[in-house]
Structure formats: structure tokens, C-alpha cells
Design a protein. Structure first.
Length: 392
């Protein structure tokens, strides 16, 4: 009975939300229903994420559905959910999501730690003095904060992103190159380098400070020399202290190298950056997309990939990218979504159970659907650094 009441309320909220969009300047019902549907699908997935994971009385998120029955999300999941909502907010009619985007961006402070080592974001809420911090976690948060600045013009978010980057600089190995994964300084990972290169590039676009561009180039070039296959464009996972390389092919690692390359191309107009982005995207399309056109799981990694593929699509208009994203989105919506609006880890389906469904998984689906909508409505890539939303 309680679940049926929850479903009824959620359905009513989503229906009312969709009708209200017609009155918002900037969202005009599209003569092509595919375009309108893609936006409303992204919004519906975001509303489901908020319904099942958001705790508005605390301004935080939980790691697993239903909300209120599990621990607060770790910073990784929190930041990726925030990014998903920022993606939806950047779509036509998306300003309705801005209050919750602001609230979640403001409440990142709950993860800020000044007790253990250098000031930075810790993995958990209200961390203690023994907290180990991760350079990749902080990179994701930094990118969220730059995006929040682009969406709001609130320079407080930009200052916080710059504080994150000061922490990232301390992770660089001056002898070997590369940024370590965490404070233990064991492995240097793609996930702690390529997203930081993106952050540096975004900070350069926001501030014009040449030091950020120098860092973006330095990190990117170390990444490509060390953890990218020069023949295929595949991005590898990490390198340890002995020089051993993990040759994993996680989708999000491919995505962040693509994104960093496109941003540097956009800044410098040097063709080599765009060639690298195309090469790695070619590897993704050949090796990490299934026969039916859906991107391989896990969904949360796929969400990072498609955000960055959108950057490349904005530069090249490559129809192969649009097809893969459209196929993945159609499959996720039709075959992998349950009655509560939650989407499975595998975008081919089947739909997941609601109880225990991870926030990270849902955030990946929201990002996918938002990117699909951005392509279909010709909205600029949320990570593009193009500027701020138009007025309401």
C-alpha cells in the first residue's frame, strides 16, 4: 500500500512537472515529438532520482533506494548525481532544477575536510581526522563546481573549484609525472589525471589564467604518453610504482581523455588534440558498444563517457556518436526502466528492483538521457564551457 501511494505521488509530480514546462520561456513544444520526448525523458529520470535518493530536509543524498534507509552517499556518488542534475538543468526548460542543483552544490561543504592532511573533499559526510582523500573524487567535485558557476554566475562556486585544484596540484609526482589516485600515493590513474586535465581546462576557460592551461597540457600529455595505447587509442587504467600498467578499458576513462582532448583543441585549435579524441572515440565505438548499439555497463561509467562524447559531437557532428547515444537512451528507457522510473546498470535491461538500487547507477541513466536530449534539441554540451544559461 505504501509503495502504491509513493508511485501515485511520483507519477503526479512528474505529470505536473511536464505540463508546467510549457509555460517556461525557452521551452517551446517541438513539432518533432522525438525532441520533446527526449527532454521529458531526461527530466522524468532526474525526478525519479530525486524522489528515491534525495533527503531535502538534510540537503544530502543516499547511496541506495529507497531514500532514508541507507547511509549518506559517498562523495563520488553525490558528485555524479549533481552532475546529472546539472546536465538536465542545462536543457530547454531545465531551470526548474536549479534550486536543487544549488542546494546540492552548497551542501558539498558537508564533505569538506580540513583535519586530515591538506584541505579537500573527503569520501564521506563529516569526515574524521583519519580520512584518506582521493584526487579523482575531488576532480569530479571541481568539475561540478565549475558547471555550477556556468549555470549560475555565482563566483563562490568558481572559488571553490579553484580551491579543489590547489589540492590536485599536490598530487603530482615531480619525478615520474602524473597525479596519484589518493593520499597514499601508490598508483597514478587515468581517473586522477584526465578529469583533472579537464578541470584545469575548464578553469582556464572561466578565468583566462595561463597557469591552468599549462597544467591542463602537462597532465594531458603525461596521460597520453603513459596510459593511452598509441595504436588503438584505448585508454588504460593506471600505472603503479614498479611501472606495471593495468590495461583495463573502462568507459569513463575513455570519456575523460576524449573530453580533455576536445577542450584543449577548443582552446588551442591544435589538430593533434582532436585527432586523439577521434581515435579514442573510434576505439569506444568499435569495442565498447554492443551489437544492438547500447554502450556496455556499468551505467555510471557510461554516464561519464556520454557527457564527454557530447563534447566531441559538438565539434565534429559525427553521426556515429549520435546513433550510439540515441540507441543507448532508447534501450535504457524502454528495456531497462522499472515502474518507479529507476534504470538498470545494463542499459539493455532488464529493469532493476527498486530496493537497494544504487544512486550511481541512476545518475548514469540521467546523464545518458540528458545527453541524448542535448543532441536532439541542439543544446550545447554541459561541459563545453560555452557560458551561462539564458535568462528565464
Amino acid at each position: 500500500m505504501a509503495q502504491r501511494r509513493t508511485l501515485a505521488v511520483l507519477a503526479a509530480v512528474i505529470a505536473a512537472f511536464g505540463l508546467a514546462l510549457v509555460a517556461i520561456r525557452g521551452f517551446v513544444p517541438q513539432p518533432n515529438p522525438v525532441k520533446a520526448t527526449s527532454v521529458l525523458r531526461a527530466q522524468a529520470a532526474a525526478k525519479a532520482m530525486l524522489a528515491w535518493y534525495y533527503l531535502p530536509d538534510r540537503g544530502l543524498l543516499t547511496s541506495y533506494a529507497p531514500s532514508g534507509t541507507s547511509q549518506f552517499a559517498r562523495i563520488w556518488g553525490y558528485s555524479w548525481a549533481l552532475k546529472a542534475l546539472e546536465d538536465v538543468a542545462a536543457l530547454p526548460g531545465g531551470r526548474r532544477f536549479m534550486p536543487v542543483v544549488r542546494r546540492l552544490a552548497d551542501d558539498l561543504d558537508r564533505y569538506w575536510d580540513t583535519e586530515a592532511g591538506l584541505p579537500a573533499y573527503a569520501p564521506t559526510v563529516d569526515p574524521g581526522p583519519a580520512a584518506v582523500k582521493y584526487y579523482d573524487d575531488n576532480a569530479w567535485v571541481g568539475l561540478d563546481l565549475v558547471e555550477a558557476f556556468d549555470l549560475t554566475a555565482d563566483e563562490r562556486y568558481l572559488r571553490e573549484a579553484e580551491a579543489v585544484f590547489r589540492y590536485e596540484e599536490t598530487g603530482w609526482d615531480n619525478r615520474l609525472g602524473g597525479i596519484y589516485w589518493n593520499d597514499d600515493r601508490d598508483t597514478r590513474n587515468t581517473v586522477s589525471n584526465a578529469p583533472v586535465a579537464e578541470l584545469a581546462a575548464r578553469l582556464y576557460l572561466a578565468t583566462g589564467r595561463s597557469t591552468y592551461l599549462a597544467w591542463a597540457k602537462k597532465i594531458y600529455h603525461w596521460q597520453v604518453r603513459t596510459l593511452v595505447d598509441p595504436r588503438t587509442g584505448q585508454v588504460w587504467g593506471n600505472i603503479d610504482g614498479t611501472g606495471a600498467i593495468s590495461h583495463s578499458d573502462w568507459t569513463y576513462n575513455q570519456g575523460t581523455v576524449i573530453g580533455a582532448a576536445v577542450l584543449l583543441y577548443r582552446i588551442t585549435h591544435q589538430a593533434s588534440y582532436l585527432r586523439q579524441a577521434r581515435k579514442t572515440a573510434g576505439f569506444v565505438l568499435r569495442k565498447l558498444v554492443r551489437a544492438d548499439g547500447a554502450i556496455e555497463p556499468p551505467a555510471e561509467f557510461g554516464g561519464v563517457l556520454v557527457d564527454n562524447l557530447l563534447l566531441l559531437y559538438d565539434e565534429t557532428g559525427d553521426p556515429a556518436i549520435a546513433r550510439v547515444i540515441s540507441s543507448s537512451a532508447a534501450s535504457a528507457w524502454t528495456d531497462a526502466r522499472n515502474g518507479n522510473g529507476l534504470v538498470a546498470n545494463d542499459w539493455q535491461g532488464p529493469p532493476p528492483k527498486t530496493a537497494g538500487h544504487p544512486l550511481l547507477t541512476q545518475s548514469g541513466a540521467v546523464r545518458l538521457l540528458a545527453v541524448d536530449a542535448a543532441i536532439k534539441t541542439h543544446a550545447p554540451a554541459p561541459w563545453a564551457g560555452y557560458g551561462r544559461l539564458p535568462g528565464p
